[in-house]
Write a protein that binds this ligand. Structure first.
Ligand code: GLN
Length: 291
């Protein structure tokens, strides 16, 4: 009789296999993929270490392991990513939400709370919304603020917006958020909206950096990454158009790439934005700029 593979053994084998494929988070990934497949929390794997896997489970796990060894991101394999402690559906039509982006969401929450005494109504627009992670977590987090808030997410990609809409339903905020298809501020201009807050985590990878990205990023939509020679094309366009659109005292906020805080800061100054604030991420890289 052949010995059945247990959770403990398969995790060990898979971790070694992932390491051979240059995956730094080998053990973690092996565990996340298995825990999701078995529909148990990761910690429960340890409690069930000696549980043998069925033939079906082994085959399903093997499919996942092969995909991961080809450097497909774990989030695309399991179909979701956590962001702001919420689960977001993802697929290859959207960028996987990153923890760095949470700094932008948190900064906006603070600012909206401050505005709550001064206004009755607010319009918040998230450009390049992708999976909808930013605007949906804002709508959830700001649910108790005594303000009427109109949330809008825009994206050029119809496919991305389909994912964003699914996520809005998943988190029961589909009636509060409007998703509009179109390039950057175009849909906003067409509807003659006067936003109070415009935020974005736009594509920001410079052309020459595109080749040097880790293999996982090849699976992410190029349209969500590629941003011209210096990676600041989108910031430039958004900033130049936002000045005339925002209400008085309105707010602009961006996530920026590793090398971009200075150029984006400068662009904001040149376009008469004041009270500029730069926020570092956990790696102490300037990551969020608000004006
Ligand atoms: N706004 C989305 C996010 O932050 C997508 C960003 C993008 O596609 N560049 O995850």
């Amino acid at each position: 009789m052949t010995e059945r593979l247990t959770i403990k053994k398969i995790l060990k084998k898979t971790t070694d296999y992932f390491k051979e494929h240059g995956i730094e988070t080998a053990r973690l990934d092996a565990e996340v993929l298995l825990a999701d497949l078995l529909d148990m929390e990761r910690i429960k794997l340890y409690v069930n270490f000696d549980r043998p896997l069925t033939e079906v489970e082994i085959n399903q796990y093997r499919q996942r392991v092969i995909q991961r060894a080809k450097r497909m991101p774990v989030a695309y394999i399991i179909g979701y990513q956590e962001f702001m402690s919420l689960k977001f559906k993802v697929n290859e039509d959207v960028l996987i939400p990153r923890p760095e982006t949470e700094h932008l969401v948190e900064a906006v929450i603070q600012r909206v709370n401050k505005l709550a005494d001064k206004r009755e109504k607010l319009t918040v627009i998230d450009l390049c919304t992708g999976s909808g992670a930013i605007i949906i977590s804002l709508a959830k987090e700001l649910a108790d603020v005594p303000l009427e808030i109109n949330y809008i997410g825009t994206d050029v990609s119809q496919e991305a917006l389909a994912v964003a809409k699914d996520n809005a339903k998943l988190h029961q905020v589909q009636n509060q958020i409007q998703f509009l298809v179109g390039d950057l501020l175009n849909p906003v201009k067409e509807l003659n909206l006067k936003p109070d807050i415009i935020i974005s985590n736009p594509p920001y990878i410079a052309d020459k950096e595109l080749q040097e990205l880790e293999p996982e990023l090849q699976y992410e939509p190029e349209i969500a990454l590629k941003a011209g020679e210096n990676g600041i094309d989108f910031y430039r366009q958004i900033i130049s158009e936002t000045e005339q659109l925002l209400t008085d005292g309105g707010i602009i906020g961006f996530e920026v790439g590793n090398q971009q805080s200075k150029s984006v800061y400068q662009l904001l100054e040149e376009n008469n934005f004041i009270n500029l604030t730069v926020i570092d991420d956990y790696a102490e890289v300037p990551r969020v700029i608000l004006g």
